[in-house]
Design a protein around this ligand. Structure first.
Ligand SMILES: C[S@@+](CC[C@H](N)C(=O)[O-])C[C@H]1O[C@@H](n2cnc3c(N)ncnc32)[C@H](O)[C@@H]1O
Length: 208
């Protein structure tokens, strides 16, 4: 299960959060560069995996849609928050036939082998059962990509800020990814630092 107010929080702040993607230079000057770094890296990883179908878990307003669709990759975005879904659908309209948006939470993802890669950017931060999420991603696709905040001052400050809205924020120690992967039936294939913000990690299914 996700923590209680995770969906509501982003429903209420959909426009504000999506506005971070309007100008990379402005966002970088405000310390939000890792949002762009993780997008760029996730797209590179999808291309390197020769993906043709990507599942974008917690797609938000759809910042991954354009770069993936322009690379000829079909995207299914999964997102529960009404206002985020509205923004994502608008974004999807620019790429007819390339993007589907499904309104639901990751807890309802039951797909098996329907995708090449499942991506979750800025989602594990708020999830109380990360191995359950990663396990669902790993059943839906051969590879899974997630961004993970490092524990430390930056994450602690977010914990305080989001905590006032009833949303938990979780940091992930760099030596914990192998254990997380094992609990989800996967292995770590690659981990790339996102400055001080954390890591983007690519997982593959554990071979029997
Ligand atoms: C920090 S935003 C990241 C959005 C997008 N992936 C990005 O990189 O901009 C987290 C997103 O997860 C969504 N979310 C909340 N509860 C969720 C759930 N149970 N399953 C999937 N996504 C959820 C939020 O509504 C929000 O859009």
């Amino acid at each position: 299960m996700s923590n209680g107010d995770f969906e509501t929080y982003f429903h209420q702040r959909a426009r504000r959060f999506s506005s971070f993607y309007r100008s990379e230079s402005v966002s970088r000057s405000l310390g939000r560069g890792p949002l762009f770094d993780r997008l760029t890296k996730a797209v590179e990883m999808c291309k390197a995996a020769s993906a043709t179908r990507v599942l974008d878990v917690g797609c938000g307003s759809g910042p991954l849609f354009a770069p993936l669709a322009e690379a000829g990759i079909h995207v299914t975005g999964v997102e529960p928050a009404d206002n985020m879904v509205a923004l994502a659908k608008k974004q999807a309209d620019a790429y007819p036939g390339m993007i589907d948006v499904e309104q639901k939470g990751w807890e309802a993802i039951d797909a098996v082998d329907q995708y090449d890669v499942a991506v979750a950017l800025g989602v594990f931060d708020y999830v109380t059962e990360p191995a359950e999420l990663l396990g669902r991603m790993g059943r839906a696709a051969d590879q899974a990509i997630g961004s993970f905040p490092s524990p430390g001052l930056r994450t602690w400050l977010r914990k305080v800020r989001y905590g006032t809205a009833g949303v938990g924020v979780y940091g992930y120690p760099v030596d914990g990814y192998d254990d997380l992967a094992a609990r989800a039936g996967m292995v770590v294939l690659e981990k790339v630092p996102l400055g001080k913000a954390g890591f983007i990690v690519r997982f593959g299914r554990k071979q029997a």
